[in-house]
Write a protein that binds this ligand. Structure first.
Ligand code: UDP
Ligand code: MG
Length: 210
């Protein structure tokens, strides 16, 4: 990992303008590429706070918020929820948390998400952790994971893949051009993938020859 770039998060909630210095890593990759699983490992070993955009949206549905039905319909169709909704949830979660290092998992999902997040929060990611995995492996995992998710059925999965290819991959390309992508071969067992992930989060100076 390179030098730590601090970013100030701008919060415009009424009169309380608090600026908090935070480090953010975006965790991206297709549905079923292992983002959530590996984020749990990173949290344990490196002290980050895990913010899953999908989990925040699902919690918003459960909370009975006025946006709940709209969010639920979008998720069922594999579509991307409007940026302002997701960004508000992420911003609130960052602000409410005492930590200053965050993994943002499953966001930004399109170019508009990316640009809006940057302009609203002023945050640029330290780097982007990209889980690269073939579609057939991701499909197998989604169909066998049984987390009771309404979008883990073959019909919605196909839609999610399409949105991922068309809208999310360009975001990864954007960061690739900036030299910010750390690509991981995610089509391997959890432990092996985590070895590669660990190497990304371990500073050069602390790495020992294997
Ligand atoms: N979603 C969204 N914006 C986000 C993150 C998620 O609209 O920033 C919606 C989208 O419909 C997506 C669903 O939530 O298909 C599930 O996302 P999650 O990241 O939980 O799952 P993944 O598809 O990565 O397995
Ligand atoms: Mg997930």
């Amino acid at each position: 990992m390179g030098t730590v770039v601090d970013a100030a998060i701008k919060v415009a909630n009424g009169s309380a303008h608090t600026n908090k210095k935070v480090t953010v890593v975006f965790v991206l990759g297709g549905p079923g590429s292992g983002k959530g699983t590996q984020c749990s490992n990173i949290v344990e070993h490196f002290g980050y706070t895990h913010l899953s955009a999908g989990d925040l949206l699902r919690a918003e549905i459960k909370s009975g918020s006025e946006n709940g039905t709209m969010i639920q319909n979008m998720i069922k169709e594999g579509k991307i929820v409007p940026s302002e909704v997701t960004i508000k949830l992420l911003q609130r979660a960052i602000q409410e948390n005492g930590n200053d290092k965050f993994l943002i998992d499953g966001f930004p999902r399109n170019e508009e998400n990316r640009a809006a997040f940057e302009s609203v929060t002023g945050i640029e990611p330290e780097f982007v952790l990209f889980f690269d995995c073939p579609e057939e492996e991701m499909e197998k995992r989604l169909l066998s994971r049984n987390q009771g998710r309404e979008d883990d059925n073959i019909e919605t999965i196909r839609k999610r893949f399409k949105v991922y290819m068309e809208s999310s991959l360009p975001v990864i390309d954007y960061y690739k051009a900036k030299g910010k992508v750390r690509k991981i071969d995610a089509a391997r067992p959890i432990e092996e993938v985590f070895k590669a992930v660990k190497a990304v989060f371990t500073p050069e100076s602390e790495k020992v020859a294997a």
